[in-house]
Design a protein around this ligand. Structure first.
Ligand code: XMP
Length: 507
């Protein structure tokens, strides 16, 4: 196991990604909240940071039990931290040190740089620079602009680099991490989806025993994989609840429910469409729509959870980015403030003990775990779909008729993407029903009907996204099919906005 100490860099998660790609398990912890017991960690990585080591507010990690005692790799801020506080000098840099650079010097025979050639491209992103190295250090690499691009401290397994090995543009970054973790620190590359399933199932069995567990299925990848893992561990003690909020895709409730049953899950489908649509009637404000759906969901779920007598646990499909976001955004301790606010007002199911079997995994790892559990590729490869569903793709107020129209449009679009082999190339796709009527002509008749917008984006995490250049022939065929098949729609447009400044959803 590898420990990554986070100083708040935007790239910290990427370090973890790269380490996991080497089949090595790692955890990110905030620099100011070190685990008490460090004995399980075979190596430590210090992340970059938006701070300057020379600033008053510079993060000061407690490295007493780490530096000189365990293999340590310091990246960017970490490297500057080692230099600044151990006899070197860090100063503001005169030249811009952002972007691509090439390693112009690499110390010969250095295992840290094994299989990395002079000229290898690295990615720099810093405004301070290391003018002189800390005590007992040896320079290991330079670029044209950055003399001290890498160094090690003699007599220790301490390595430092000014560039970012985790970034895609550092061509040999993964090799460098491998050199450090595998060759120098001796960490085993044994973390695989199969081994994860095996150990997690054993842990879940031990933790849960014969207790009953409740889990809300959404049809999405995370909750489905969480359910399958728990099912493997505790079988029918797992009680799954799949709520139809009336805002799912066409046939989704029926089809996905069948799929869950086919997987052997103990699942109850609850059709609460009318309850949701009644609560939403007349509401056009996006945030109010979201809140209403959230509230009704909690009510419905709480009713259903009460029917599972003696349940002790609530399982959730939380994944690692959710966990890191809530920790880093709040600096850790304040995460609990929220639940204080909620005391007394919590629905009963939220008072259950929480089990989150995927909370250490990234999205693509969840998919690999699902594959290791032999789940359907079609289920694992599904596009993300927002919790409030079609409600935030129907601009303005929601009626059952509008939902039905959008379901038809969406089905033509999504089925078409699948037929054309485009579905897996797109990160997320869907259709928006606009609150606009426009004039058209069908046969000899003048029409005055709805307009829909199609949206397909590529992204890695939904934080930024770009529209996908779908083939014109595909758009042409899809548009024809929508207007011919779906009554009430006479115009189709394609959204060519990126995020930012637009968002993926229209509300
Ligand atoms: P935006 O529209 O913010 O969407 O660019 C980014 C990603 O988040 C999804 N999304 C939501 N998911 N509840 C959800 O569970 C919501 O209220 C919500 N709003 C947006 C969106 O589908 C995209 O994947």
């Amino acid at each position: 196991n590898v420990l990554i100490l986070d100083f708040g860099s935007q790239y910290t998660q990427l370090i973890a990604r790269r380490v996991r790609e080497l089949n090595i398990f790692c955890e990110i912890k905030p620099y100011n909240n070190l685990p008490e017991d460090l004995s399980g960690y075979k190596a430590v990585i210090l992340s970059g940071s938006p701070f300057s080591v020379r600033g008053e507010d510079a993060p000061h990690p407690e490295l007493g039990e780490i530096k000189g005692k365990k293999p340590l790799l310091a990246v960017c801020y970490g490297a500057q931290y080692l230099a600044h506080f151990h006899g070197g000098e860090v100063a503001s840099s005169n030249t811009r040190e952002y972007g691509r650079a090439k390693l112009s010097f690499i110390a010969e025979g250095e295992p840290f740089f094994a299989d990395i050639p002079v000229g290898s491209q690295v990615w720099m992103s810093h405004s301070d620079t290391i003018k002189s190295l800390p005590h007992r250090s040896v320079r290991l690499a330079s670029t044209d602009d950055v003399e001290n691009a890498a160094f090690k401290i003699e007599g220790e397994e301490t390595y430092a680099i000014q560039f970012h090995p985790e970034v895609y543009h550092t061509t040999d970054g993964k090799q460098l991490l491998k050199n450090f973790l595998v060759e120098i620190a001796g960490v085993a590359q044994s973390w695989t989806p199969d081994s994860f399933v095996e150990t997690t199932v054993a842990e879940l069995k031990a933790k849960i025993g014969d207790d009953k567990v409740i889990l809300g299925l959404s049809g999405g990848v995370d909750s489905s994989v969480a359910a399958q893992l728990l099912h493997k561990a505790i079988g029918t003690h797992l009680h799954c609840i799949f709520v139809n909020n009336g805002l799912l895709r066409k046939n989704e409730f029926h089809d996905v429910l069948e799929q869950y049953k086919h997987m052997g899950l103990n699942v109850k489908g609850v059709d609460a469409s009318a309850r949701f649509l009644n609560a939403l009637a007349g509401e056009s404000d996006p945030e109010k729509k979201r809140k209403t759906i959230g509230r009704v969901f909690i009510e419905v779920f709480d009713d259903e959870a009460h029917k599972v007598e003696g349940a002790k646990w609530l399982a959730q499909g939380t994944i690692y980015p959710d966990v890191i976001e809530s920790v880093s955004a709040t600096g850790g301790p304040s995460a609990t403030i929220k639940s204080h606010h909620n005391v007394g007002g919590l629905p009963d199911f939220m008072k259950l003990k929480v089990v989150e079997p995927l909370k250490m995994l990234f999205k693509d790892e969840v998919r690999r775990v699902g594959a290791s559990l032999e789940m359907e590729p079609a289920l694992l490869g599904r596009h993300p779909f927002p919790g409030p569903g079609l409600a935030i793709r129907i601009l303005g107020d929601i009626t059952p008729e509008k939902v039905a129209i959008l379901q038809e449009v969406d089905a033509v679009f999504i089925d078409g993407l699948k037929e054309w082999g485009l579905y897996d190339k797109v990160w997320q796709a869907g259709a928006m029903l606009l609150p606009v009527n426009s004039v058209g002509v069908m046969g000899d008749e003048r029409t005055y009907e709805k307009c829909v917008a199609l949206r397909a984006v590529e992204s890695t995490d939904g934080m930024t996204a770009d529209w996908v250049n779908l083939p014109y022939e595909f758009l042409q065929k899809t548009s024809n099919e929508i207007i011919n098949k779906v009554r009430g729609v006479n115009r189709v447009v394609y959204d060519i906005s990126s995020k930012p400044p637009a968002t993926i959803e229209w509300e």
